[in-house]
Design a protein around this ligand. Structure first.
Ligand SMILES: O=C(O)CCC(=O)C(=O)O
Ligand SMILES: [Fe+2]
Length: 333
């Protein structure tokens, strides 16, 4: 009998040996971003790794991205100090209106916040938005501003690599991306309690931009890869950032890359902060399937839409789609 894994497995069952356990979860790809600015061979390998990770896993971790530890820790500290302010102070930013330039909330009116409070605001270009940001804690604008500018830079590098890897060229959409939306969500989750059975902080969803860059103070982010039916926990690797594919990258790539379903679970040991930076085109700019990726074998899969369209869509469609992009499919039932 040939010594293939399947036959060994069968043989062990025949002898009454317990069946093999399911395969171990594959570790998430960790990509050294420094290679993008080295020689062209190193860049080509990094581009290949990034696109493969996007295609096969929908996400990856990046290291050597050029954002200093003190900048990342500064942003986490500023977020943590904001959430420690009195309720009254935080509620100065409370609003039901998702079009406000800054918004604080604690409830699940958005259909997915099960146990989190959040502060959301825009960040690019910084000069247009920073005036709306909190002045308490006093270092908030400086620390969050520095981190926002740095993540916008990393998002540009990543998008150039992805667009190159898709065959569209690194400067495809460049100006529109430079002037695009950067939406920053600071999330604050309580420590899970032994009494409460529900350990979900944020329910499963995808993000609507091209890319999300996420920094977490401790583990809690979980992702579901495209072919999987199970959650994979994303480790909080010191100094690393997590990156995942959003709905508009699925549209732009005409379905070659798929937006990633993810959720946040409560951490049993501590309260947790995450900072999600979502990058896309500007408010009214529609994202379409790239014509270069449409042909007779790959018909156009999605209709075009803008960030503005997403905001219009959201209030009436909470919980209808786990991924907004499903509503954009041309062949949807
Ligand atoms: O807290 C997390 O890890 C996930 C946050 C998230 O998915 C979001 O803000 O969209
Ligand atoms: Fe998200």
């Amino acid at each position: 009998m040939p010594a293939v894994a399947g036959s060994l497995y069968m043989a062990s069952q025949h002898k009454g040996v317990p069946p093999l356990p399911p395969p171990l979860p594959r570790p998430l790809p960790v990509i050294n971003l420094g290679r993008l600015t080295m020689d062209s061979a190193s860049r080509a390998l990094a581009v290949r790794d990034i696109v493969l990770a996007c295609r096969e896993r929908g996400c990856f971790e990046v290291v050597n991205h050029g954002i200093s530890r003190s900048c990342m820790n500064g942003a986490l500290e500023a977020a943590s100090e904001f959430f420690q302010l009195s309720t009254e102070r935080k509620e100065e930013f409370a609003s039901d209106d998702i079009r406000q330039p800054i918004r604080y909330d604690t409830s699940s009116r958005d259909g997915i916040s099960m146990s989190r409070s959040f502060l959301k605001h825009y960040a690019n270009p910084l000069d247009d938005w920073i005036k709306f940001w909190p002045t308490q804690p006093p270092t908030y604008r400086e620390k969050m501003g520095e981190y926002a500018v740095e993540t916008q830079r990393v998002s540009m590098q990543l998008m150039e690599a992805i667009l190159q890897g898709l065959g569209l060229g690194p400067s495809y959409l460049q100006e529109k991306l430079e002037g695009g939306v950067q939406f920053v969500a600071l999330n604050n989750y309580p420590q899970s309690s032994a009494k409460k059975a529900d350990k979900i902080g944020l329910a499963p969803h995808s993000d609507y931009g091209f890319l999300t860059i996420l920094l977490q103070s401790s583990p809690g982010l979980e992702v579901m890869h495209h072919e999987d039916d199970a959650w994979t926990s994303v480790p909080a690797i010191p100094g690393a950032l997590h990156v995942h594919v959003g709905d508009h990258l699925e549209v732009l790539s005409n379905g070659q890359l798929k937006s990633l379903v993810h959720r946040a679970v409560l951490n049993p040991n501590e309260s947790r902060i995450s900072i999600a930076s979502i990058h896309g085109l500007s408010m009214d700019e529609e994202v379409h399937c790239a014509e270069e990726l449409v042909d007779e074998h790959h018909p156009k899969m999605y209709r075009g839409s803008s960030f503005q369209d997403f905001l219009d869509f959201l209030p009436a469609n909470m919980n209808r789609y786990k991924r907004y992009v499903e509503s954009l499919r041309i062949d949807k039932p």
